[in-house]
Design a protein around this ligand. Structure first.
Ligand code: NAP
Length: 318
């Protein structure tokens, strides 16, 4: 098999472009509302992954100059105390968006978060209203990780229409909403999970392989077709403290047409999309309806680079 040149699709460039969108949307929101946007993150306990995500939100929100209020509850918080804390943030006019950091301590029920968060402040699109509206193709606040992945593909000129895409992982925050968004973008989607039989058979049919399983090295060069694009959402910390994705980059070199690195791939775009979602939530609250997002969608999209910046646009191979 002749080796092909594998392109590394970094998230820094689309994230930089999104920053421009966020700056102009923030000015518009402040003019219209007379207030400044604020994200409240709610941390219960002190899980290391939740703390790391909160620290990365803090860094991004400093860059985009959106306030970040850190709310903390002790590990022994009960389900009803958690519900009350979310409701207090729903009712706080100074809070534009709410993100409850996961994972919660084991004794807490994640459904308490989904059921209590106001759909108009639900910046990770997890409430039944936003998830249902996404499924139906109605304007909604969309989970930032899959929305960021799609922005990255759009930025690099990947045409999803008619593309065969395999998604590995079906969680409510990444894999499942990603498969819905891809299908709305006219891709043909295969959604794989831990019970999928013969995973590589499904992956080899795909021009684009998206992986969000939380399993280091799950997708290898032997499992994908020549020329496939691999979009990796995985964030795993190895025993020696290294951060790696779900794909085995070394074995994909020379086989995949493009890969996203970890760190530095989907992550930076996710954080910017979260900031954008805070503004989207703010505009929706001004109108009192998620339908307001329909008109805003074009304004909030990442500007596209001049195509001449790329030597060659990415061609998906049949
Ligand atoms: P999750 O809730 O644990 O879901 C993992 C999914 O992967 C499940 O659907 C599971 O299948 C599937 N899976 C696990 N092992 C598999 C295997 N061997 N073969 C096929 N499917 C398998 O995880 P998550 O919250 O979606 O996160 C996934 C990864 O993305 C994690 O590494 C996380 O850190 C990362 N993440 C990244 C970002 C970002 O911004 N890049 C944001 C959030 C999360 P079942 O449904 O059958 O159990």
């Amino acid at each position: 098999m002749t080796e092909i040149q594998t392109r590394v699709l970094r998230g820094a460039e689309p994230a930089k472009m999104l920053r421009q969108t966020i700056a102009s949307a923030k000015t518009l929101f402040e003019d219209q509302s007379g207030t400044s946007p604020t994200l409240a993150t709610l941390l219960v306990g002190s899980d290391a992954a939740a703390l790391a995500y909160r620290a990365s939100i803090e860094r991004t929100f400093k860059k985009v100059e959106i306030a970040h209020r850190k709310v903390e509850l002790p590990t022994e918080t009960t389900n009803s105390q958690l519900a009350r804390a979310i409701q207090a943030l729903n009712n706080d006019p100074d809070v534009t968006g709410i993100l409850v950091l996961m994972p919660l301590p084991k004794h807490l029920d994640p459904h308490v978060v989904l059921e209590n968060i106001s759909p108009l402040k639900d910046v990770d699109g997890i409430s039944p209203v936003n998830a249902g509206r996404l499924h139906l193709g109605l304007p909604s606040l969309k989970p930032s990780t899959p929305a960021g992945g799609l922005e990255l593909l759009r930025y690099y000129g990947v045409d999803l229409c008619g593309a065969n895409v395999a998604v590995v992982g079906r969680s409510n925050v990444v894999g499942r909403p990603l498969s819905t968004m891809l299908s709305h973008a006219n891709a043909t989607v295969t959604l794989c999970h831990s019970k999928t039989k013969n995973l590589s058979q499904h992956l080899r049919r795909a021009e684009i392989v998206c992986v969000a399983a939380g399993k280091p090295g799950l997708v290898t060069g032997r499992m994908v077709r020549k020329g496939a694009l691999v979009l990796d959402f995985g964030v795993n910390v190895t025993a020696d403290g290294k951060v790696v994705g779900d794909s085995d980059i070394a074995s994909l070199e020379g086989i995949a047409s493009a890969i996203t690195p970890t760190p530095g791939g989907t992550g930076p775009v996710t954080a910017m999309v979260l900031a954008r979602n805070v503004l989207a939530a703010g505009f929706a609250q001004l109108e009192g309806t998620l339908d307001a997002l329909q008109e805003l969608e074009a304004m909030l999209q990442c500007p596209l680079p001049d195509i001449s910046e790329f030597l060659e646009p990415i061609q998906l191979q049949d």
